[in-house]
Design a protein around this ligand. Sequence first.
Ligand code: ZN
Ligand code: ZN
Length: 280
Amino acid sequence: MTKIKPLLNTSVSDHHVHPDYSFDAEGSLDDYCRMAADLGLKEICFTPHYDADPERRDYEGFLIINGNKEELSDESVRHYLDDIKRAADEFWDIGVMVKGGFEFGYFPGCEKLIGDLKSRFKLDHSLGAVHSIDGLCLCLKDEAQKLFKKYTAEQLADRYYETLDNCAATGLFDCLAHIEIYRRHGLEYYGDEIMTVHRGRIEKLFETMNRHEVGFELNTSAIRHGHTEYYPNMDIVNMASAAGTRLMALGSDAHKPDQLALDFDAATAVAYELVPYVEE
Ligand SMILES: [Zn+2]
Ligand SMILES: [Zn+2]
């Protein structure tokens, strides 16, 4: 295979990618790796959903293997990680480093389950994500709106940042996924108030993240949700920087190969510390 000229002007990594092991994603590991090579990405880290929350387990608590829903078990995790290793060996030659982890859905009481899993398997990246409040998913419009009807923007932010703080405090995760995801549907419902509702709430989260050495990602999927700012927004990025909280990854949260590294050329200008210095 020949080496393809990079299209991105910087050599970066996409650290939040859903292959078709996730029920809501399409594209095999190889489909994504070929796309990474075409884009000139130096690294791709897969992060299928791992949602073991008993409240949502029936809906999303499984991995898709060869078209079948498989329980979240050692067997299915091993199958996925073996596939990562195979792809890593195969794509190394064409200059793409392939890594594998999970996007773990946080829920109260998840510590033992996820902690045990992490003691049995070596993961390259453990993303901690808060998707739901009161069992309602912030990413699904109809569920999010039920939540919005219950809470003012401030009450919602109280609940969200409290849950995210608990997620960071588990010490299980390297990185928090898409901080401020409530804006996805919340901007339309609450208006501009949602853009600043983190103030006075997120500071405590940063302290917890610093204490447990948890970083955060700049998640560009907001762009395909019609937003002009990433998750989290620039106000939060600046507050994190002032608090000494680490921006540690760029993630497209791609659910199909053509969403890989979405808007990364612009995002690397924000996350400039992630771009390796290369001597010309
Ligand atoms: Zn997520
Ligand atoms: Zn995701």
